[in-house]
Design a protein around this ligand. Sequence first.
Ligand SMILES: [Zn+2]
Length: 392
Amino acid sequence: MSGRFTEAELEDIKQRNPIADVAGGYTKLRRAGGRLVGACPICGGRTSSQRFEVIEKDGTWVCAVCPDGGDVIRLVEKVEGCDFLAAIERLGGRVAIDAKRQKEIFEERERKRLAREKTAADYREAERKRLFRTWKGALPIHGTLAAAYFEGRGLALPERCPGLRFLPDMKYFHGERIDDRGRKVARVIHSGPGMCGAFIRPDGKFGGLHLTWFNVQADGRVVKAEIVDPDTGEMLNAKKMRGSKTGAYILVSKALVLPRRLILGEGIETVDSVFTPWLHAGRSIEDTEFWAAGDLGNLAGRANTTIAHPSLKRPNNSPVRVPDRFPDPDDPGLAIPDSVEEMILLGDGDSEAFLTECAMERAARRYGRPGRVIRIAMAPSEADFNDVLRAA
Ligand SMILES: [Zn+2]
């Protein structure tokens, strides 16, 4: 008998030997928050630490102590200390698979895959709806602590700013805790005033939220909150993005008419750092719109491939790879209105220079079309955008 197995034969063995049954024969498994956990049958990792886990929907297992994981065949190999062929024998061996059984095997696998995808899609949609309820419950931003935060940084809050709102009490989730019934649930480590920005998807629908937490200092100044991980003492980012932002943007300043000009940057404050001098210089904001994309990857969209960084190396001395200057044609990126004749892309100094340069060029290629001028404005830091624009 040859050592080679067809995909159908391996799939048949896995379907005949559900991972939960096989693992359950080696160790006592229990359900915890929708997961199957127990003592590791390989290393004996303790039940209490829940380091051995069976992922039924994927037909896999993982142990964080070993550390190892894989499918049911690999589990038998590790527990029994045998090789691949012996593991297969213990799982009932190879059986001849006729065309009918082969069809069944692949249909079953496809059915499971679709069920998994549907679960993931359902989860994303439930999260989107939760975030949308948060958004609907938030207050207009003008006259709030969030507005005071912008003022404190010398920034003007746009009059038409439909993409930003304020919440007096916003929860910051980090890590998990065990509830009264022994289930793992998301843990709230901070609660306080914050700003939420709505990501609008290419289809015009709400996609997710950009969240920023604030603290009010003794002198009344509003600053970004200092949030500390209670386990590690590590300072956490006072900003978070939840839901989906792919191809979506936050409308920082809305035009009064169909926009002819679009200013597009990564962060809300970066974009507002350009809006402010633009407003003070008396330049037209009636036909100009200001958008924040959330991050560089979303601003520029997916790349066709990755390229080697000219100087940065990984620990093994191979070059760091970064997304290329050319867009992946299958990713449309942000939905730029047809009316836009001029785009200014803001590259801020937060990300690595070469990575940023490639992303800016990629965005320019992606959004370029006859009759549209695209300019790239690079700045070493947010504040310097004022100088960049005065010089333009
Ligand atoms: Zn283990």
